[in-house]
Write a protein that binds this ligand. Structure first.
Ligand code: FAD
Length: 277
């Protein structure tokens, strides 16, 4: 069982192809010699999580490591890790798909995905996960932006037949809406931010609060830019009283921060919550 992603030995995968799923999402399909090790770990997860994630390993200049066997502790320069959802695994084809948000030239993972070529390689640590749609929930709520969309899509696609769900997803515009194959009964609300910068609007919070909440036991999956923690999170947990155990909520990124800066911010938030007043 993989319990701590940050401690798993990195496995090297090879880029098989890359394709544009939507203007804002680029899918990189990985496979190659490392696939069987990855699959072993994926299948050893204690549950069929739908938010399975890995840590991608980069050099600080944005490149990746060529050598198949990598001892991260022995490297002279500290590698840089980036967290991404496993969008899909096809065991028969030997393929792992990861959907990357296209967000310009800044950062490592986004620009890497934008420029990858078949044959390029990357190491990843993990996987691990924490959420899957519970069969005994009366209905499911999904809320997120493009970064949360791969996990939301995997969650929606894993719904059992007839399972009721509602999803609020914020994207740039209509061209960024993607199709889902699901046996669930899903009400979809796509919200378009237009020219507004990502992570700057209140569209998700406004839409979720304006929507007529369904009766019964809800299970919620809320992931995207960090503002969701202060807007949708208190609404779901506080105003709507969804049980803590039925809510998966976290920030996946923070506007204006790299993943390192975002991690510092997250630990400060946790400290502030833990500190007695
Ligand atoms: C569990 C988990 C799963 C995740 N799954 C996915 C996934 O499947 N796909 C995905 O694309 N992201 C996902 N993310 C978010 C991703 O890890 C961050 O967006 C990360 O910061 C991207 O790294 P980078 O090297 O491209 O940019 P960084 O170097 O971290 O940041 C550079 C700049 O880009 C900005 N930026 C980062 N992300 C975005 C964005 N989404 N939109 C606009 N600007 C951005 C930053 O604020 C910063 O200004 C996930 C995060 C977590 C914690």
């Amino acid at each position: 069982m993989v319990s701590d992603v940050s401690k798993t030995h990195p496995v090297q995968l090879t880029v098989l192809r890359a394709e544009q799923v939507a203007p804002s999402l680029r899918r990189v399909v990985l496979g190659g010699d490392g696939f069987s090790t990855f699959l072993e770990r994926f299948e050893a997860l204690p549950q069929a999580w739908t938010d399975t994630y890995v840590k991608l390993v980069f050099r600080s200049d944005g490149g990746t490591y060529a050598e198949p066997e990598l001892d991260l502790d022995a490297l002279e320069e500290r590698p840089v890790l980036r967290t991404y959802t496993i969008r899909a695994v096809d065991a028969e084809a030997g393929e792992v798909a990861i959907d990357f948000v296209v967000h310009g030239d800044e950062g490592l993972a986004g620009p890497w995905a934008a420029g990858v070529q078949p044959g390029d390689t990357i190491h990843l640590r993990g996987p691990n996960g924490a959420y899957r749609p519970l069969p005994d929930a009366d209905w499911h709520l999904f809320v997120g932006d493009e970064a949360g969309l791969p996990a939301i899509a995997a969650g929606i696609e894993a719904l059992p037949p007839g399972a009721r769900a509602v999803a609020f997803i914020e994207v740039d515009g209509p061209a960024d809406e993607i199709a889902f194959v699901t046996r669930g009964d899903v009400e979809l609300h796509w919200l378009h931010r237009g020219a507004a910068p990502r992570g700057s609007t209140t569209l998700l919070d406004d839409a979720v609060r304006a929507w007529s909440w369904w009766p019964g036991r809800a299970q919620a999956f809320v992931h995207g830019e960090s503002a969701l923690l202060k807007s949708v999170r208190p609404y779901v947990l506080g105003d709507r009283g969804v049980a803590r155990a039925d809510v998966s909520v976290s920030a996946y990124w923070r506007r204006g921060e790299t993943e390192e800066g975002f991690r510092v911010w997250k630990s400060q938030q946790t400290e502030a919550v833990m500190r007695p007043s």
